[in-house]
Design a binder for this molecule. Structure first.
Ligand code: C2O
Ligand code: CU
Length: 463
């Protein structure tokens, strides 16, 4: 079988059940400026074993609401979506990792108004980079994301190699009590530490789903950590895979997967070489901590395609400009705990605690700007963020609207391609280089949502 797009599409259709769930919902071919209708809504979903749960999700058009659809768009092509809010609280959509105009970034009070119940908001943008991204609200996030509003976004590049199949895995947990009912989204003592974990772990809203894939084939697996707390350490049992992209950006030299850490907000693209024998199984596991567990499985089907992992080449790079280190201005950023307890109320929900700070300022990021930017950046200029984690916990630090390069770190030898999220390790100090090439106000925050909402947020203003 020659590999072309049509075969690829047939292949995905043949994979059946998994895809019918909405794990992959292709919108290709509808390259029209008509907005897709993305409806934030509540619905019942069967995720827990012992009862249906009142989840929040995004529905696309009039389709049935299950897991939020995987939105597909093309690099360099305009995408339009109309958020319709059928929740009973305000919301917005943030397009995590996309370097788009500030007015489309989805941060209430800062880049757009709240979208109140019954209201709508039009998002129109042209993604400059291809890769694996995701979308979620930026209002009352611990509840809204915790209850389901985390969806995958794929920006396709017609120049990408085509694989025998593609599988998208949206990894997240749920905090359920008896009967699938939601329990309190956090415990204060955990929010002041590593964050509060869910009670049920899922991939694509299922416990340990198994996906069929062509025997001996090369499968692109896009893995997205959308949980509000959990840091994964991903590994495979039963097959080899190469890492081809991290946080949406291609790695220059694809390398064999051993273990890879994935903090909330981060993504990894693998090319998995399925076993030759029909029925053979591969397990994707989480190896963090002392009790590894299975996230999802893959099963070989059909006669072997006899592909070779050695044939996997680098994906075409995204157009991320390199900072000029000789002229770059250096900006220190300190992550600390804070004892200062401020009860702030917010239209976007408040946890009622302050535990964390960026450069000694505690802000939740979805209330009116209390203090001004960490720094005003000049458009087109290079900067090095000297970021220091002065806490004993890891923090996935996400910057909106820009990509940065990890230039150096006291804790790592492998320096990944440009990224929007760095999983800053305990006591890590790193230099993050970037060019301020996108105008506007861009928040930077920890993606452990309890940390964000209890103070670990700031922003840069690019003028
Ligand atoms: Cu993925 Cu400010 O967010
Ligand atoms: Cu954090």
């Amino acid at each position: 079988m020659t590999l072309n797009r049509r075969n690829f599409l047939k292949g995905s259709a043949a994979l059946g059940g998994a895809f019918a769930l909405g794990a992959v919902l292709s919108t290709r071919g509808r390259a029209t400026p008509e907005p897709q209708i993305l409806t934030a809504q509540t619905t019942e979903a069967r995720i827990a074993a012992d009862g249906a749960s009142p989840v929040m999700t995004y529905g696309l058009g009039d389709g049935p609401a299950g897991m939020p659809p995987t939105l597909r768009m093309r690099k360099g092509e305009t995408f339009a979506a109309r958020l319709v809010n059928r929740l009973d609280e305000p919301t917005t959509v943030h397009w995590h990792g996309l370097r788009i105009a500030n007015a489309m970034d989805g941060v209430p009070e800062m880049t757009q108004p709240y979208v109140y119940p019954g209201d709508q908001f039009d998002y129109v943008f042209t993604p400059p980079d291809a890769g694996t991204f995701w979308y979620h609200p930026h209002c009352n996030t611990l509840t809204q994301m915790g209850r389901g509003l985390t969806g995958v976004l794929v920006v396709e590049n017609p120049e990408d190699p085509v694989f025998d199949a593609e599988i998208v895995l949206n990894l997240r947990d749920w905090r359920f009590g008896a009967g699938g009912k939601f329990i309190s989204p956090f415990k204060p003592r955990d929010a002041a530490r590593g964050g509060t974990y869910g009670t049920l772990r899922t991939a694509n809203w299922q416990r340990e789903p198994i996906y069929d894939a062509p025997a001996g084939g090369l499968v692109r697996v896009r893995i997205i950590a959308t949980d509000v707390t959990r840091i994964y350490t991903i590994g495979l049992v039963g097959a080899d895979a190469k890492v081809i992209a991290l946080d949406g950006n291609p790695v220059e030299h694809p390398f064999l997967l051993d273990r890879i850490d994935l903090g909330p907000g981060q993504r990894v693209d693998l090319v998995l070489r399925m076993p030759e024998n029909e029925g053979a199984r591969v397990a994707l596991g989480n190896f963090r901590g002392s009790h590894p567990w299975t996230i999802a499985g893959f099963r070989s089907i059909g006669a072997s395609l006899k592909r070779n992992l050695g044939d996997v080449v680098a994906l075409p790079a995204n157009p991320v400009a390199e900072a000029d280190l000789s002229t770059a201005k250096r900006i220190p950023i300190e992550l600390t705990a804070t004892a200062e307890h401020k009860a702030t109320s917010s239209i976007c929900g408040s946890l009622g605690y302050t535990f964390w700070a960026l450069n000694k300022v505690a802000w939740s990021g979805d209330t009116p700007d209390p203090v001004g930017p960490i720094e005003e950046l000049k458009f087109g200029r290079s900067y090095v963020l000297e970021i220091a984690n002065r806490t004993p916990h890891a923090h996935p630090i996400h910057l909106h609207g820009l990509s940065f390069r990890i230039q150096s770190s006291n804790k790592r030898s492998f320096l990944p391609p440009p990224t929007d999220t760095i999983l800053l390790l305990p006591d890590e100090r790193a230099e993050l280089a970037l060019i301020a090439d996108n105008l506007g106000d861009w928040v930077i925050h920890c993606h452990i949502i309890e940390h964000q909402k209890t103070g670990m947020t700031g922003y840069f203003k690019i003028v």
